[in-house]
Design a protein. Structure first.
Length: 360
Protein backbone atom coordinates (compact mmCIF):
# COMPACT_ATOMS: atom_id res chain seq x y z
CA UNK A 1 0.00 0.00 0.00
CA UNK A 2 1.43 3.43 -0.92
CA UNK A 3 2.52 5.54 2.11
CA UNK A 4 -0.14 8.15 1.43
CA UNK A 5 -2.90 5.64 2.08
CA UNK A 6 -1.66 5.03 5.59
CA UNK A 7 -1.92 8.74 6.23
CA UNK A 8 -5.37 8.99 4.72
CA UNK A 9 -6.62 6.03 6.69
CA UNK A 10 -5.15 7.31 9.92
CA UNK A 11 -6.49 10.83 9.67
CA UNK A 12 -9.93 10.04 8.29
CA UNK A 13 -10.29 7.43 11.03
CA UNK A 14 -11.14 4.54 8.70
CA UNK A 15 -9.04 2.14 10.75
CA UNK A 16 -10.45 3.07 14.13
CA UNK A 17 -12.19 -0.30 14.44
CA UNK A 18 -9.00 -2.21 13.73
CA UNK A 19 -7.09 -0.08 16.16
CA UNK A 20 -9.30 -1.04 19.06
CA UNK A 21 -7.88 -4.53 18.80
CA UNK A 22 -4.32 -3.32 19.35
CA UNK A 23 -2.77 -3.71 22.76
CA UNK A 24 -2.08 -0.34 24.42
CA UNK A 25 1.38 -1.49 25.47
CA UNK A 26 2.29 -2.25 21.88
CA UNK A 27 0.97 1.10 20.68
CA UNK A 28 3.11 2.90 23.24
CA UNK A 29 6.20 1.53 21.52
CA UNK A 30 5.44 3.81 18.57
CA UNK A 31 6.30 6.91 20.54
CA UNK A 32 9.51 8.39 21.87
CA UNK A 33 8.80 8.92 25.52
CA UNK A 34 10.53 11.15 28.05
CA UNK A 35 9.53 11.44 31.68
CA UNK A 36 10.55 14.58 33.50
CA UNK A 37 11.43 14.21 37.15
CA UNK A 38 9.48 16.62 39.36
CA UNK A 39 11.22 19.87 40.18
CA UNK A 40 11.19 20.19 43.93
CA UNK A 41 8.54 18.73 46.21
CA UNK A 42 5.60 17.31 44.23
CA UNK A 43 3.43 17.56 47.28
CA UNK A 44 3.41 21.32 47.13
CA UNK A 45 3.75 23.75 44.27
CA UNK A 46 4.33 27.47 44.31
CA UNK A 47 1.41 27.68 41.87
CA UNK A 48 -0.79 25.39 43.94
CA UNK A 49 -1.06 22.93 41.02
CA UNK A 50 0.10 19.36 41.56
CA UNK A 51 -0.21 16.00 39.86
CA UNK A 52 0.60 14.70 36.40
CA UNK A 53 0.27 15.92 32.83
CA UNK A 54 0.47 13.68 29.77
CA UNK A 55 1.28 15.51 26.52
CA UNK A 56 1.04 13.90 23.08
CA UNK A 57 3.09 16.03 20.70
CA UNK A 58 3.38 15.89 16.93
CA UNK A 59 6.17 18.42 17.35
CA UNK A 60 9.55 16.77 17.83
CA UNK A 61 10.89 16.62 21.35
CA UNK A 62 13.66 19.24 20.89
CA UNK A 63 11.09 21.80 19.70
CA UNK A 64 8.61 21.32 22.55
CA UNK A 65 10.81 20.33 25.49
CA UNK A 66 12.00 23.90 26.28
CA UNK A 67 8.37 25.00 26.59
CA UNK A 68 7.59 22.06 28.88
CA UNK A 69 10.63 22.88 31.03
CA UNK A 70 9.52 26.50 31.37
CA UNK A 71 5.97 25.43 32.26
CA UNK A 72 7.30 23.16 34.98
CA UNK A 73 9.44 25.95 36.38
CA UNK A 74 6.16 27.76 37.07
CA UNK A 75 4.36 24.60 38.20
CA UNK A 76 7.00 22.44 39.88
CA UNK A 77 4.36 20.25 41.45
CA UNK A 78 3.34 18.90 38.04
CA UNK A 79 5.13 15.90 36.59
CA UNK A 80 5.05 15.89 32.78
CA UNK A 81 5.12 12.82 30.55
CA UNK A 82 5.84 13.65 26.91
CA UNK A 83 5.05 11.27 24.06
CA UNK A 84 6.43 12.58 20.79
CA UNK A 85 5.50 10.97 17.48
CA UNK A 86 3.98 11.71 14.11
CA UNK A 87 0.61 13.43 14.01
CA UNK A 88 -1.00 10.33 12.48
CA UNK A 89 0.44 7.95 15.10
CA UNK A 90 -0.77 10.16 17.92
CA UNK A 91 -4.17 10.60 16.27
CA UNK A 92 -4.52 6.82 16.14
CA UNK A 93 -3.63 6.59 19.82
CA UNK A 94 -6.24 9.19 20.73
CA UNK A 95 -8.88 7.30 18.76
CA UNK A 96 -8.00 4.00 20.38
CA UNK A 97 -8.03 5.56 23.84
CA UNK A 98 -11.19 7.59 23.38
CA UNK A 99 -13.20 5.47 25.83
CA UNK A 100 -10.32 5.47 28.32
CA UNK A 101 -8.25 8.64 27.69
CA UNK A 102 -4.57 8.44 28.55
CA UNK A 103 -3.48 11.85 27.22
CA UNK A 104 -4.38 15.26 28.59
CA UNK A 105 -3.11 17.54 25.81
CA UNK A 106 -2.51 17.08 22.10
CA UNK A 107 -0.13 19.36 20.19
CA UNK A 108 -0.04 19.22 16.41
CA UNK A 109 2.17 20.73 13.75
CA UNK A 110 -0.77 21.50 11.46
CA UNK A 111 -4.52 22.00 11.53
CA UNK A 112 -5.58 18.95 9.51
CA UNK A 113 -5.27 16.44 12.32
CA UNK A 114 -6.78 18.64 15.01
CA UNK A 115 -9.76 19.49 12.78
CA UNK A 116 -10.37 15.82 11.99
CA UNK A 117 -10.14 14.68 15.59
CA UNK A 118 -12.24 17.60 16.75
CA UNK A 119 -15.06 16.53 14.44
CA UNK A 120 -14.98 13.12 16.13
CA UNK A 121 -15.41 14.54 19.64
CA UNK A 122 -11.86 13.80 20.78
CA UNK A 123 -11.36 17.22 22.42
CA UNK A 124 -13.19 19.19 25.07
CA UNK A 125 -14.03 22.86 24.98
CA UNK A 126 -11.52 25.13 26.69
CA UNK A 127 -10.59 28.71 25.89
CA UNK A 128 -7.21 29.50 27.48
CA UNK A 129 -6.70 32.69 29.42
CA UNK A 130 -5.83 35.52 27.06
CA UNK A 131 -6.87 33.53 23.99
CA UNK A 132 -9.39 36.23 23.08
CA UNK A 133 -6.39 38.24 21.87
CA UNK A 134 -5.57 35.64 19.21
CA UNK A 135 -6.91 35.93 15.65
CA UNK A 136 -10.42 34.46 15.61
CA UNK A 137 -9.59 32.09 12.74
CA UNK A 138 -7.18 30.23 15.03
CA UNK A 139 -9.76 29.35 17.67
CA UNK A 140 -11.56 26.10 16.91
CA UNK A 141 -15.33 25.62 16.84
CA UNK A 142 -16.67 25.69 20.39
CA UNK A 143 -13.11 26.46 21.54
CA UNK A 144 -12.08 22.80 21.24
CA UNK A 145 -8.62 23.68 19.89
CA UNK A 146 -6.40 26.73 19.90
CA UNK A 147 -3.75 27.95 17.47
CA UNK A 148 -0.23 28.46 18.81
CA UNK A 149 2.14 29.70 16.10
CA UNK A 150 2.21 30.54 12.44
CA UNK A 151 4.74 29.45 9.81
CA UNK A 152 5.42 30.71 6.31
CA UNK A 153 6.03 28.49 3.28
CA UNK A 154 9.29 29.64 1.71
CA UNK A 155 11.90 28.61 -0.85
CA UNK A 156 15.39 28.12 0.55
CA UNK A 157 18.38 27.80 -1.73
CA UNK A 158 22.05 26.96 -1.55
CA UNK A 159 23.91 30.23 -2.13
CA UNK A 160 26.96 28.44 -3.53
CA UNK A 161 24.80 26.96 -6.30
CA UNK A 162 22.15 29.64 -6.84
CA UNK A 163 22.53 33.42 -6.71
CA UNK A 164 19.91 35.67 -5.16
CA UNK A 165 19.05 36.98 -8.64
CA UNK A 166 18.54 33.43 -9.95
CA UNK A 167 16.43 32.17 -7.04
CA UNK A 168 12.79 31.38 -7.89
CA UNK A 169 10.31 34.04 -6.80
CA UNK A 170 7.21 31.83 -6.93
CA UNK A 171 6.32 28.31 -5.88
CA UNK A 172 5.19 27.84 -9.49
CA UNK A 173 8.76 28.46 -10.66
CA UNK A 174 9.72 25.17 -9.01
CA UNK A 175 8.15 23.39 -11.98
CA UNK A 176 10.48 25.18 -14.46
CA UNK A 177 12.60 22.61 -16.34
CA UNK A 178 15.74 24.60 -15.42
CA UNK A 179 15.32 23.20 -11.89
CA UNK A 180 14.61 19.63 -13.00
CA UNK A 181 15.95 17.22 -10.38
CA UNK A 182 17.27 20.09 -8.23
CA UNK A 183 14.31 20.66 -5.90
CA UNK A 184 13.55 18.95 -2.56
CA UNK A 185 10.25 19.09 -0.68
CA UNK A 186 8.32 17.25 2.01
CA UNK A 187 5.88 14.65 0.71
CA UNK A 188 2.28 13.60 1.19
CA UNK A 189 2.61 12.51 4.83
CA UNK A 190 3.84 15.93 5.94
CA UNK A 191 1.23 18.15 7.58
CA UNK A 192 2.66 21.42 6.28
CA UNK A 193 2.65 20.15 2.71
CA UNK A 194 -0.92 18.92 3.17
CA UNK A 195 -1.95 22.33 4.50
CA UNK A 196 -0.31 24.10 1.56
CA UNK A 197 -2.16 21.90 -0.92
CA UNK A 198 -5.46 22.57 0.87
CA UNK A 199 -4.88 26.33 0.76
CA UNK A 200 -3.99 26.19 -2.92
CA UNK A 201 -7.07 24.11 -3.72
CA UNK A 202 -9.32 26.60 -1.95
CA UNK A 203 -7.65 29.55 -3.67
CA UNK A 204 -7.04 28.19 -7.17
CA UNK A 205 -9.36 25.20 -7.40
CA UNK A 206 -8.53 21.51 -7.46
CA UNK A 207 -7.70 21.36 -11.17
CA UNK A 208 -4.98 24.03 -11.00
CA UNK A 209 -3.57 22.55 -7.80
CA UNK A 210 -3.53 19.07 -9.30
CA UNK A 211 -1.68 20.43 -12.34
CA UNK A 212 0.96 22.04 -10.08
CA UNK A 213 1.51 18.77 -8.22
CA UNK A 214 1.79 16.83 -11.45
CA UNK A 215 4.27 19.39 -12.76
CA UNK A 216 6.39 19.01 -9.60
CA UNK A 217 6.45 15.25 -10.07
CA UNK A 218 7.28 15.61 -13.77
CA UNK A 219 10.14 17.96 -12.83
CA UNK A 220 11.70 15.20 -10.71
CA UNK A 221 11.22 16.93 -7.38
CA UNK A 222 12.51 14.69 -4.58
CA UNK A 223 9.98 14.28 -1.77
CA UNK A 224 11.24 13.57 1.75
CA UNK A 225 9.29 12.49 4.81
CA UNK A 226 10.01 15.75 6.62
CA UNK A 227 11.58 19.19 6.30
CA UNK A 228 14.67 18.43 8.35
CA UNK A 229 15.90 16.16 5.57
CA UNK A 230 15.04 18.84 3.02
CA UNK A 231 16.95 21.63 4.75
CA UNK A 232 20.01 19.47 5.39
CA UNK A 233 20.10 18.30 1.77
CA UNK A 234 19.93 21.87 0.48
CA UNK A 235 22.50 23.00 3.04
CA UNK A 236 24.87 20.25 1.90
CA UNK A 237 24.42 21.18 -1.75
CA UNK A 238 22.69 17.93 -2.67
CA UNK A 239 19.82 20.06 -4.02
CA UNK A 240 19.78 23.66 -5.16
CA UNK A 241 16.30 24.46 -3.82
CA UNK A 242 13.96 23.37 -1.04
CA UNK A 243 10.31 24.11 -0.27
CA UNK A 244 10.07 24.41 3.53
CA UNK A 245 8.57 26.28 6.46
CA UNK A 246 10.54 29.47 7.09
CA UNK A 247 12.17 28.41 10.36
CA UNK A 248 13.96 25.50 8.68
CA UNK A 249 15.96 28.07 6.76
CA UNK A 250 17.00 29.70 10.04
CA UNK A 251 17.87 26.36 11.62
CA UNK A 252 20.07 25.45 8.66
CA UNK A 253 21.66 28.89 8.64
CA UNK A 254 22.48 28.44 12.33
CA UNK A 255 24.43 25.31 11.41
CA UNK A 256 26.66 27.44 9.20
CA UNK A 257 25.31 26.29 5.85
CA UNK A 258 25.39 28.62 2.82
CA UNK A 259 21.64 29.13 2.43
CA UNK A 260 19.36 31.95 1.40
CA UNK A 261 15.58 32.34 1.47
CA UNK A 262 12.77 33.68 -0.71
CA UNK A 263 9.33 34.56 0.65
CA UNK A 264 7.57 33.80 -2.63
CA UNK A 265 4.68 35.05 -4.73
CA UNK A 266 4.80 38.73 -3.84
CA UNK A 267 4.27 40.24 -7.31
CA UNK A 268 0.84 41.82 -7.95
CA UNK A 269 -0.17 38.98 -10.28
CA UNK A 270 0.95 36.23 -7.86
CA UNK A 271 -1.02 34.45 -5.15
CA UNK A 272 0.75 35.76 -2.05
CA UNK A 273 2.60 34.02 0.77
CA UNK A 274 1.09 30.76 2.09
CA UNK A 275 1.19 30.22 5.85
CA UNK A 276 0.03 27.46 8.17
CA UNK A 277 -0.31 27.00 11.92
CA UNK A 278 0.35 24.74 14.88
CA UNK A 279 -2.36 23.99 17.44
CA UNK A 280 -3.13 22.42 20.81
CA UNK A 281 -6.22 20.93 22.46
CA UNK A 282 -7.38 19.42 25.75
CA UNK A 283 -8.47 15.81 25.38
CA UNK A 284 -12.08 14.98 26.18
CA UNK A 285 -12.09 13.18 29.53
CA UNK A 286 -8.47 14.13 30.25
CA UNK A 287 -7.38 12.47 33.54
CA UNK A 288 -5.56 15.67 34.52
CA UNK A 289 -7.81 18.39 33.18
CA UNK A 290 -6.65 21.13 35.57
CA UNK A 291 -3.01 20.66 34.57
CA UNK A 292 -4.00 20.44 30.90
CA UNK A 293 -5.84 23.74 31.05
CA UNK A 294 -2.94 25.39 32.87
CA UNK A 295 -0.60 24.12 30.16
CA UNK A 296 -2.74 25.62 27.38
CA UNK A 297 -2.88 28.86 29.36
CA UNK A 298 0.92 28.87 29.34
CA UNK A 299 1.22 28.03 25.63
CA UNK A 300 -0.71 31.16 24.63
CA UNK A 301 0.69 33.40 27.38
CA UNK A 302 3.29 36.05 26.49
CA UNK A 303 5.97 33.89 28.15
CA UNK A 304 5.02 30.78 26.19
CA UNK A 305 4.68 32.64 22.92
CA UNK A 306 8.08 34.30 23.44
CA UNK A 307 9.63 30.87 23.83
CA UNK A 308 8.13 29.64 20.55
CA UNK A 309 9.54 32.73 18.84
CA UNK A 310 12.98 32.59 20.44
CA UNK A 311 13.55 28.84 20.41
CA UNK A 312 11.95 27.93 17.09
CA UNK A 313 11.94 31.12 14.96
CA UNK A 314 8.15 30.88 14.62
CA UNK A 315 5.52 33.59 14.36
CA UNK A 316 3.59 33.90 17.65
CA UNK A 317 -0.15 34.29 17.23
CA UNK A 318 -0.35 36.52 20.31
CA UNK A 319 0.00 40.15 19.20
CA UNK A 320 2.93 42.14 20.50
CA UNK A 321 5.37 39.26 21.03
CA UNK A 322 8.76 40.05 19.54
CA UNK A 323 10.19 37.88 16.77
CA UNK A 324 13.62 36.37 17.05
CA UNK A 325 16.31 38.54 15.51
CA UNK A 326 16.63 37.87 11.79
CA UNK A 327 13.05 36.67 11.27
CA UNK A 328 11.19 38.84 8.81
CA UNK A 329 7.82 40.07 10.03
CA UNK A 330 4.79 38.86 8.10
CA UNK A 331 3.68 42.48 7.85
CA UNK A 332 6.36 42.84 5.17
CA UNK A 333 4.55 40.41 2.91
CA UNK A 334 1.27 40.02 1.12
CA UNK A 335 -0.40 36.87 2.42
CA UNK A 336 -2.64 34.56 0.44
CA UNK A 337 -6.28 35.51 0.92
CA UNK A 338 -7.50 32.22 2.41
CA UNK A 339 -8.84 31.22 5.82
CA UNK A 340 -6.28 28.55 6.82
CA UNK A 341 -8.51 26.85 9.37
CA UNK A 342 -11.38 26.75 6.89
CA UNK A 343 -9.11 25.22 4.24
CA UNK A 344 -7.95 22.57 6.71
CA UNK A 345 -11.53 21.34 7.11
CA UNK A 346 -11.30 19.96 3.58
CA UNK A 347 -8.94 17.20 4.68
CA UNK A 348 -10.76 14.41 2.80
CA UNK A 349 -10.62 16.28 -0.50
CA UNK A 350 -6.95 17.11 0.02
CA UNK A 351 -5.99 13.51 0.70
CA UNK A 352 -8.00 12.38 -2.32
CA UNK A 353 -6.12 14.88 -4.46
CA UNK A 354 -2.70 13.73 -3.23
CA UNK A 355 -3.64 10.12 -3.85
CA UNK A 356 -4.96 10.92 -7.32
CA UNK A 357 -1.66 12.44 -8.45
CA UNK A 358 0.41 9.78 -6.67
CA UNK A 359 2.30 12.29 -4.51
CA UNK A 360 5.05 10.30 -2.71
Amino acid sequence: MPPILYRIIAITLLISIALTACAPTALADLFSETTQEPLGDTGASKSGLTGNLVVYSGRSEPLIQPIIDAFRAEHPGVEVLLKAGSNSELANALIEEQNNPQADVFITTELFTVQSLSSQGVFQSYLPKGANQLPAEFIGPESNWIGLTRRARVIMYNTELVSADEAPQSIFDLTDPKWKGQVAAAGSTNGSMQAQIAVMAQLLGEDATEQWLNDLIDNDVTFFGGHTDVRKAVGAGEFKLGLVNHYYFHLQQDEGSPVGVVYPDQAPDQIGLITNATAAAVVQGAPNAAAAQAFLDYLVSPEGQELFAEQNYEYPLLPGVALREGVQTLENFRLVDVDIAQAAQEFDATFDLMERVGLP
